[in-house]
Design a protein around this ligand. Structure first.
Ligand code: ADP
Ligand SMILES: O=c1ccn([C@@H]2O[C@H](COP(=O)(O)O)[C@@H](O)[C@H]2O)c(=O)[nH]1
Length: 202
């Protein structure tokens, strides 16, 4: 199994880039795990308390569970991946059966911050987009898809997203084998990553 870790700030386009990378692989050969599925279970908090949680700090992620699941998949065993609700700010009761595949892509803002997780990656990439571009994309997406409003996103950006990006996410660029520029759609960079995967698989 080849495991590829893809980090980068919120709105940089990680999910989009991953979809482009895997689009040419046959179904069943590739699986994607999002770090977002591994936000910690916050059922012990009220919804109001959960809205105040710092979701851009490494402590928000259940890295031990993610690490365990990656090791299980690498060993050829299936796992039950948690399902997260951005509307509820909490893990749901559902799980998704995820089976081992030839290629596994793991993406998330904080995915390159954890040393044990980094060691499991055969290839590490970082998706870069300028902060103004990321904020615009995040605003549009969170209002359209995640039940947020303008004030909420702007407030969270100033108080949490920006400082956490500078402190934890941007520094992980140094761990990346490849930096994918994504201020605009970048088919060349996506093709390069795809050919590296094909080369490693052959
Ligand atoms: N290169 C790009 N140019 C314009 N919009 C983009 C680009 N890449 C992604 N987007 C859009 O930006 C938003 C956030 O992208 P997404 O892939 O969800 O980012 P991330 O997973 O890094 O948070 C989505 O609406 C997506 O369609
Ligand atoms: O309950 C939650 C959990 C996380 N977030 C925000 O999501 C982004 C990470 O997702 P991307 O898809 O990489 O943008 C992170 O910046 C958190 O602030 C949330 O809003 N609510």
């Amino acid at each position: 199994m080849l495991i590829i870790g893809i980090g980068g700030g919120t709105g940089s386009g990680k999910t989009t880039v991953v979809e482009q990378i895997i689009s040419h692989f046959p179904d069943g050969e590739v699986a994607v795990i999002s770090q977002d599925s591994y936000y910690k279970d916050l059922s012990h908090l009220t919804k109001e308390e959960r809205t105040k949680v710092n979701f851009d700090h490494p402590n928000a992620i259940d890295f031990p569970l993610l690490c365990d699941h990656l090791r299980e998949l690498r060993a050829g065993r299936s796992v039950l991946q948690p399902v997260y609700s951005f509307v509820e700010h909490n893990r749901t009761n559902e799980t998704v059966l995820t089976s081992p595949t030839q290629v596994l892509v793991v993406e998330g803002i904080l995915i390159l911050t954890d040393a044990q997780i980094r060691e499991l990656f055969d290839i590490k990439a970082f998706v870069h987009a300028d902060s103004d571009e990321r904020l615009i994309r995040r605003l549009k997406r969170d209002i359209a898809e995640r039940g947020r409003d303008l004030q909420e996103v702007l407030n969270r950006y100033q108080t949490t997203l920006k400082p956490m990006h500078q402190q934890f996410i941007e520094p992980t660029k140094e761990f990346a084998d490849i930096i994918i520029p994504n201020n605009k759609y970048n088919t060349v960079a996506v093709d390069i990553v795809r050919s590296i995967i094909n080369e490693r698989l052959s």
